[in-house]
Design a protein. Structure first.
Length: 391
């Protein structure tokens, strides 16, 4: 009696391992997020991966074009804020969660309407952390897919950004079929025949990746690497280095060295699969939607130092600010302008009586906000304010 035993295909084990590896990375990242949730937001100067900064940074629409080692390509992405009940620039200065819907279409110079790649994603973000979930379909050649689903997490720790994600789906691939048979017309002669054919067919593919980015002023440097498991059992390891330069609030210059698979670019319309050079234009980026982090003013540190004459020196460090104002109960809530002392520091000597005081700051005429590092409380008709203790 023969017993039928069903074996587990090595490819199934490999895909399962990739998912476990990717979600383990996401779980570790999530644990890091939770452990650092109580950290001072002033220590985080970065604001999520560049390709997820819409809608409050790039505006409702952006377009990218570029050329890499294989082809010329283009991409268009639009974004809609879903947190309509929150001020659009609030996430830039406070750790308030916001949601966005992103839609994109990409193609190559030779693509027709039937070979375009489409994607949609929803992201949730605060000033320092976030995650996204998306679906994608379409494409041509090596980018062709019936359906992809992806998810990822990111965390900003000034001046770095860390990201981990996984993308899986059915993709058009080429598999090699080998057929062997023996022809024996009689008992004295036989003929062996082997045929090798490349067959296009759909196959399940999984790509797990991680990335680190470093931002300095208007420039961002990044490194990304990952593992792709496709129709064949041998995993594909890949890596790419990137550089972005914000030439203006509306123009971003992009360059990359190395390669990355189509799955890792499924939700990033301004990415190239090979060594590339490109440019992205966001014609409607404005202060109403927010501007890129490299040009947006942000308060990162607060100090209140007592003087021997009984006064107090208020010092505030702000990046990219041209005017800094202070309002508090000890100024009768009248705005007081701080003076620039260089190296992004602003200060003003004021007289503050001992006790608990409420204070707010404003950068470049924007919204009033809580000074970084101070405990916050709600004040009637004035929103959140910082609590300052003077002994």
């Amino acid at each position: 009696m023969k017993e039928n035993v069903r074996s587990i295909h090595p490819r199934t084990v490999a895909h399962a391992f990739a998912w476990v590896l990717a979600f383990s990375a996401c779980a570790l990242a999530a644990s890091a997020f939770a452990a650092s949730a109580s950290a001072d937001p002033a220590e985080g100067e970065a604001l999520r991966p560049e390709w997820l900064r819409a809608p409050e940074t790039r505006g409702p629409l952006a377009a990218a074009i570029g050329v890499d080692a294989q082809r010329a390509w283009w991409g268009i992405d639009g974004a809609v804020p879903l947190s309509f009940w929150l001020p659009r620039t609030r996430t830039n200065v406070e750790n308030v969660p916001a949601f966005g819907l992103g839609l994109s279409v990409t193609g190559s110079a030779t693509s027709d309407a039937s070979n375009l790649h489409y994607s949609a994603l929803i992201d949730r973000r605060t000033r320092l952390t976030g995650g996204w979930l998306g679906v994608a379909t379409g494409g041509s050649g090596v980018q062709s897919s019936r359906f992809r689903v992806g998810t990822g997490l990111w965390r900003a720790v000034a001046p770095f950004e860390f990201e981990a994600g996984v993308v899986s789906g059915m993709e058009q691939g080429v598999t090699r079929e080998v057929t062997h048979w023996t022809v024996a017309p009689d008992t004295f002669r036989s003929h062996d025949t082997t045929s090798v054919n490349d067959v296009d067919r759909l196959a399940f593919s999984t790509t797990a990746h991680s990335a680190i980015r470093w931002r300095f002023g208007r420039m961002e440097l990044g490194a990304m690497g990952g593992l792709t498991l496709g129709p064949r059992n041998t995993p594909l390891r890949w890596a790419q280095a990137t550089m972005h330069v914000q030439a203006s609030p509306h123009v971003l210059v992009m360059a990359a060295y190395g390669q990355r698979p189509a799955a890792s670019m499924a939700f990033e319309p301004a990415a190239g699969g090979y060594t590339m050079l490109g440019i992205r234009v966001a014609p409607w980026a404005s202060h109403d939607w927010g501007v890129p982090r490299s040009t947006a003013p942000v308060a990162v540190r607060w100090r209140a130092q007592p003087l021997e004459d009984g006064g107090t020196v208020i010092r505030l460090r702000c990046h990219n600010a041209s005017r800094v104002e202070l309002a508090a109960d000890f100024t009768d809530w009248a705005p007081v302008t701080l003076l620039s002392t260089g190296n992004d520091w602003w200060e003003r000597s004021v007289t503050i009586p001992p006790g608990l005081h409420e204070v707010q700051v404003r950068l470049d005429g924007g919204v009033w906000q809580v000074p970084p590092g101070l405990p916050r409380t709600a004040r009637e008709f004035a929103g959140d304010v910082g609590v300052l203790v003077i002994e």
